[in-house]
Design a protein around this ligand. Structure first.
Ligand code: ZN
Length: 605
């Protein structure tokens, strides 16, 4: 365990040079670079906002007249209170009688108020919004704002009319009354495509104001069968979303047939089984002829075989049905649910070549949900892939642990993928001193690569220069080279409303529970560098952590938004230490979970 205090202080001294090369203070004149805000005027709704800038390391810096610390990198930061509609931010730096300043603004977005007195009907909408398909029993909600105390109705053209809308007792948010809301529950015989919704409110004695609500609704005879037509199509659990997309069940290959029962927000609702629905972006699916029957199949024989480095389980099906896979630890299992499948499996054949598989069994967990339970011989899942082979037989290819021939060089002969995050026009996080995350990620990745090569490994880099590389391209490269593991290298940053001094440290992220082990090992290695504990984070929705085909982990080395850690990340010695710890982590992972030839051979002899 390295002593962080000592290491850290010594780094502070040696490193101003490292940052100097990256930034513009090779001349001795005063300068002022603002990193955050990124523009002169920023729309911002929250009450705290962090600013970040850099200047000559010997200058004094002021934010709104208050002196703030200037770091050896020249960085300075502050937290601004943004209470009013407009907040002014004045940056000023001074050195040897010279001074520079710049003023920027935060503006709170103000919601536009539409008064009912100006428009008879305003703020009209339906919920859920957009191009909607609903099925029997689902609810459509329609709402608008109008003159209070009137009678209001809505109709779904061609299906139902004059549904009374109720004026809400309380105002919604801005103190204005006159919000009318009505609901309609879809009935079994409702049918119609792309129907218009019209709202109306009484206009004196003579009639009604009417308005067509944006969006359209369809009541269809479902399910309609759709086919997956895109590479890397994924099934979402719900309609939730965040920066990296909503929670996912997993991926489906092209040709898989789906039973579609609804549509909302550019996603189809997929009926997987009696009790489970999922969502898939409409762009991944082509709808088939409405007369095509729902996708289902009886299951046939299960064949379990193997070759020199992997095992293969093949299940006979008559249709390419959707599937979801899960992993369980201790005992190490892969569970695969196949939807629309009903067991007719009376033959399960296991060949001697399948050394990695302890047992395969099945359960019919619902009428339309067939479960394969695959128990592995080894304690670590080294990756597996699902695909439809010839015809529509589902094939599950499971990798065995790599064979370690020399315990003193466990990485020798292995293929390891290293992913330097961001690149090209994608800068990644920015430090106050001007450090770009993409640069740090590549520097550390290159050090890591050369150390791995010294250990006899072959390294696959998803990028090896300052290029923009799409996630799908990175993913394909790792798959095509059949790398054992993938390490993605990033540096972290906080949002605009958080305190950059308070949040720092190393974070390790992974998606699948099967790959928690490598993540825990890496986490311990980072903690040994004396970094703060930002956390070991599972279920992370990063694209390159999605594949089940290989163990993967994303390391967030430290926080570029923290000025001390920005200095650290620019320091060559620190970068070398990070790369060394990652090599040690990988060696440990291979030794713990690889197949040690010398030891394992003994019981047989
Ligand atoms: Zn990043």
């Amino acid at each position: 365990m390295k002593k962080f205090g000592v290491l850290f202080l010594s780094l502070l001294f040696i490193n101003s040079g490292a940052i100097a090369q990256q930034n513009s203070f090779t001349t001795d004149s005063l300068y002022l670079n603002i990193v955050i805000p990124e523009e002169d005027t920023v729309m911002y709704s929250f009450s705290r906002y962090r600013v970040a800038a850099n200047t000559h390391p010997e200058a004094k810096a002021f934010v709104n007249g208050n002196e703030v610390k200037v770091y050896s990198s020249g960085a300075f930061i502050d937290m601004i209170q943004h209470e009013e509609d407009t907040t002014l931010i004045e940056f000023r730096v001074e050195r040897s009688g010279e001074s520079l300043s710049k003023t920027m603004y935060l503006i709170r977005p103000v919601e536009e108020r539409v008064e009912y007195t100006k428009k008879a009907i305003s703020d009209y909408k339906m919920e859920p919004e957009g191009d909607l398909w609903l099925e029997n029993g689902e609810t459509l909600t329609v709402q608008f704002r109008g003159k209070p105390g009137q009678q209001a109705y809505f109709s779904v053209n061609g299906v139902t009319g004059n549904i009374k809308m109720k004026e809400l007792d309380e105002d919604l948010s801005d103190g204005l009354k006159g919000i009318y809301r009505g609901t309609y529950i879809v009935k079994p015989n409702d049918f119609g495509k792309d129907l218009k919704i019209v709202v109306k409110i009484k206009k004196g004695l003579f009639g009604y104001h009417k308005k067509v609500v944006p969006g359209k609704v369809s009541f269809l005879k479902t399910p309609i069968v759709g086919e997956v037509v895109a590479d890397k199509a994924y099934l979402n659990v719900g309609l939730g979303t965040d920066r990296l997309g909503g929670a996912r069940h997993g991926y489906l290959e092209e040709g898989v047939k789906l039973n579609i029962v609804g549509k909302q927000n550019n996603a189809y609702k997929v009926r997987l089984s009696e009790s489970l629905d999922a969502w898939i972006p409409t762009r991944f699916v082509e709808l088939l002829d409405e007369n095509i029957p729902v996708a289902s199949s009886l299951t046939g024989t299960i064949r379990i075989s193997g070759n020199e480095d992997s095992d293969l389980i093949r299940l006979t099906l008559s249709e390419k049905l959707p599937y979801i896979s899960y992993q369980e630890l201790d005992p190490n299992k892969i569970i695969v649910d196949i939807f629309g499948a009903t067991s007719n499996t009376n033959w399960r054949i296991k060949y001697l070549t399948s050394h990695g598989i302890k047992n395969v069994d099945w359960r019919q967990v619902e009428n339309d949900r067939f479960r394969l339970i695959i128990e592995l011989e080894h304690s670590q899942n080294w990756g597996y892939g699902l695909s439809y082979g010839l015809g529509s037989n589902l094939e599950i290819k499971i990798r065995r642990p790599p064979v370690i021939k020399d315990v003193t060089r466990p990485l020798s002969g292995r293929v390891i993928a290293v992913d330097a995050g961001h690149g090209g026009s994608n800068l990644g996080a920015l430090g106050a001193a001007g450090t770009m995350e993409k640069v740090i990620n590549l520097q550390i990745s290159e050090l890591f690569k050369s150390m791995l090569e010294e250990q006899g490994a072959t390294v696959v880099m998803t990028r090896d220069d300052d290029q923009y590389v799409y996630m799908a391209e990175r993913w394909d490269k790792v798959m095509d080279t059949e790398a054992d593991v993938l390490i993605s290298i990033h540096a972290n940053s906080i949002g605009y409303g958080s305190d950059p001094l308070r949040i720092k440290g190393a974070g390790i992220l992974y998606k699948h529970i099967a790959f928690k082990s490598i993540s825990e090992i890496m986490y311990a290695r980072f903690m040994s560098l004396g970094l703060d504990d930002y956390g070991l984070i599972g279920n992370f929705n990063f694209t390159l952590n999605q594949p089940t085909e290989f163990p993967s982990v994303l390391v967030e080395t430290a926080f570029l938004s923290n000025p001390d850690e920005e200095i650290l990340l620019n320091n060559k010695d620190f970068q070398v230490s990070v790369a060394e710890e990652m090599v040690k982590g990988l060696e440990q992972f291979y030794l713990e979970y690889g197949y040690l030839e010398t030891i394992s051979d003994q019981p047989d002899k």
